[in-house]
Every structure is written in structure tokens, then in C-alpha cells.
Ligand binder design. Structure first.
Ligand code: NAD
Length: 319
């Protein structure tokens, strides 16, 4: 899908582009030799040696075709004179819509019914009774591009939306009410995570956080797996502190991200989560819509071209 969009961009901009299918790594960084710039996509960690090679080849930028840059060593890139750019908003709605879809799926216990019906069980009972979304309080943690788009969607469905974010955005006031982290945990029926993965946000949803959840909420994580302590989540699902969880990203996903035939290589905690009918796991595809893919390529390659030509862009994340 990406190839045809990249080729169209290259033709339109009269730029020679070489496409490499593997994720950027120390093993293939040499392929950049002779080129003026590099663009990458993927979640595998990029080591300092990659940026060192780029510096030797006279490359001054790496344009990442995604929002999250937690797999990059930003300081090492800066040390080597490499400007890393991201695409801050290629389609926040793409990710927000998956989060809302997951929340509705779990709210209506569809996974549990699917599991029962696969075993010939067509019953319903008090454990599977649902709640209308307009009677729910949704807590958004991180109200940036995607958290803000999620607030728009949930409020359009009639839910009460709370948000915690250290940065205040007045334009979101019609859709949400700002509050503190602990209030989100205590008052939400659905908790949706939309912060970047940083040292300060890693494992922000841990046992202490689960202990503060009072309404047996549904947890939605379409941001980064590392935001949630996986063992604490498994315990919270087992003891009923959370009623369900949707995970588009997992803490240790780099080993199996976008790979086939991984059943025998999955970690035990992943298998345990996957076996729970109240858990919905998708393979990090929240971003994967036609508009998002097109925008991420065009914005990233335009930024690369601007930097290579000596211009400035405001998407540099390691200034
Ligand atoms: P953004 O920068 O627009 O918003 C992030 C928000 O989080 C900001 O408003 C920031 O102030 C807030 N924040 C930072 N630390 C916080 C904390 N400790 N508590 C509460 N809020 C905090 O980013 P975005 O475009 O909304 O994307 C959010 C994340 O979603 C990305 O960093 C990325 O990891 C993830 N993402 C996932 C996919 C996917 O396919 N699953 C796709 C795109 C992005």
C-alpha cells in the first residue's frame, strides 16, 4: 500500500526514492549510503550506530512516518547531527475511532458472546448485561491530538467525558471536563490512554492505579503497551477491578510486531491475555487507514525534502 503512494510522491517531486522493506536497523543502515535522506516506519528500537552511519554518509535527517518516536534514541541522533521528525497528526481520528470501536465492542460484551456461541452456548445472564454508552463516564488520559479526537467522538455519543492532561487546551472544553488523574481512575466506566510513552508515563497504569479504579472500568490502550504494567493488568482482570481491556499495543510487541507464525513465540503474559474473552487484542493497527497511511507518507517525505534542501520544519522532535 505504501509503495504506490511513495512512488507517486517521488514522481510528483522528481525525487529518486529507494524502498527497503525491512525496519531500519544497524544491519541495513548501510543502504542509505549515497542518498541525501532517510524516512522510516516501524517500532523496532533504532540504535546509536545507525545515526553514526548516517553522519558518516552526510545524512542530516530521519523522517519517521508515525507519531511515536519511543523506539528512537533521540539524544544519540542529536549528537550525530541527525534531525528526527515525526508526523504528529496524520489522522488522529483513525486511532480514536478504533478506541471507540473497541470500547463499544467490550461494553456490549461481544467477545464474551462470541466465545460462548463458539461453544454452542446461546445464553445471556446478569454477568453479560450491558450499559448504554450515553450512561457512561469516559476518562481520557492524555488529551492531545488522539485523546482530543476521542473526546469529540465519545461526547457525540452522549457520554460524559473527563480528561487528565498537564497541558490545557481550551478548544476541547465543549467535549470534556478536565480533572486529575485519580478522579479519572475513580469515576470512569471507560478509561482510554493517549499519552506518549515516556519515562514519566511508563507503567502509569500499575497496581496502585488499578487499586484506585472504583467502577470496574473498561481499559482502552491504543497508545503504547509500556503505559500499562501487564502483570498488574492481568491481576486486575482476574480479580474484577477492570471488567475488560482492549490492547492495540503490547509492552513487548517488538519481537512479533507485523510478523506471521508467532503463535509459538508469544510471551506467557500475552497468551494469558489472549485467552480471556473480555480482552480484545489487535496487532497495532489503530493507525492503519487509507487516509492515515497517505498523510503519514506525504507529510514525512515533504519534511525530509525540506530539511535536505536547507529549509526548516516544525516537526523536529530532538532539537
Ligand atoms: P499528542 O502529543 O498530540 O498528545 C499526547 C498528550 O499526552 C499531550 O497533550 C500531552 O500533554 C499528554 N501527556 C503527556 N504526559 C502525560 C501524562 N503523564 N499524563 C497525562 N497526559 C500526558 O499525541 P497523539 O497524537 O495524541 O498520540 C498519542 C500517542 O498515541 C502517541 O505518542 C503514540 O504512542 C500513540 N499512537 C498509537 C498509534 C497506533 O497505531 N496504535 C498511532 C498513533 C499514535
Amino acid at each position: 500500500m505504501e509503495e504506490s503512494i511513495i512512488e507517486n510522491w517521488a514522481q510528483k517531486n522528481q525525487v529518486e526514492v529507494k524502498i527497503v522493506h525491512d525496519d531500519l536497523s544497524a544491519d541495513n543502515a548501510d543502504l542509505a549510503q549515497g542518498f541525501d535522506g532517510v524516512s522510516s516506519e516501524g517500532n523496532l528500537p533504532v540504535s546509536a550506530s545507525v545515526y553514526e552511519k548516517f553522519r558518516q554518509y552526510g545524512i542530516k535527517q530521519l523522517s519517521v512516518r508515525q507519531v511515536g518516536v519511543d523506539n528512537q534514541d533521540l539524544a544519540a541522533a542529536k549528537k550525530n547531527g541527525i534531525k528526527i521528525t515525526n508526523v504528529a497528526a496524520y489522522s488522529p481520528r483513525a486511532i480514536a475511532e478504533l478506541g471507540v470501536t473497541d470500547a463499544m465492542y467490550l461494553l456490549r460484551k461481544i467477545g464474551i458472546y462470541q466465545d460462548r456461541m463458539a461453544h454452542g452456548d446461546f445464553t445471556y445472564d446478569k454477568s453479560t448485561i450491558s450499559t448504554e454508552i450515553f450512561n457512561c463516564t469516559v476518562g481520557i488520559i492524555g488529551a492531545g491530538h488522539i485523546g482530543g479526537a476521542s473526546a469529540h467522538l465519545y461526547s457525540a455519543l452522549g457520554a460524559k467525558v473527563l480528561a487528565y492532561d498537564p497541558v490545557y487546551d481550551a478548544s476541547l472544553e465543549p467535549y470534556l471536563t478536565y480533572t486529575d488523574f485519580d478522579t479519572i481512575l475513580a469515576k470512569s466506566d471507560i478509561i482510554s490512554l493517549h499519552t506518549p510513552l515516556l519515562a514519566s508515563t511508563e507503567n502509569m497504569i500499575d497496581k496502585t492505579a488499578f487499586d484506585k479504579m472504583k467502577k470496574k472500568p473498561i481499559l482502552i490502550n491504543v497508545a503504547r503497551g509500556g503505559l500499562v504494567d501487564t502483570q498488574a493488568l492481568i491481576a486486575a482482570l482476574k480479580n474484577g477491578q477492570v471488567s475488560a481491556a482492549a490492547l492495540d499495543t503490547l509492552a513487548d510487541e517488538t519481537d512479533f510486531y507485523d510478523k506471521k507464525n508467532m503463535l509459538n513465540s508469544l510471551p506467557e503474559d500475552y497468551k494469558e491475555l489472549q485467552a480471556m474473552p473480555q480482552v480484545l487484542i489487535t496487532p497495532h493497527i489503530a493507525f492503519f487507514t487509507k487516509l492515515a497511511v497517505k498523510n503519514s507518507i506525504e507529510i514525512a517525505l515533504n519534511d525530509a525534502k525540506t530539511i535536505i534542501s536547507g529549509g526548516e520544519v516544525n516537526s523536529v522532535v530532538n532539537l
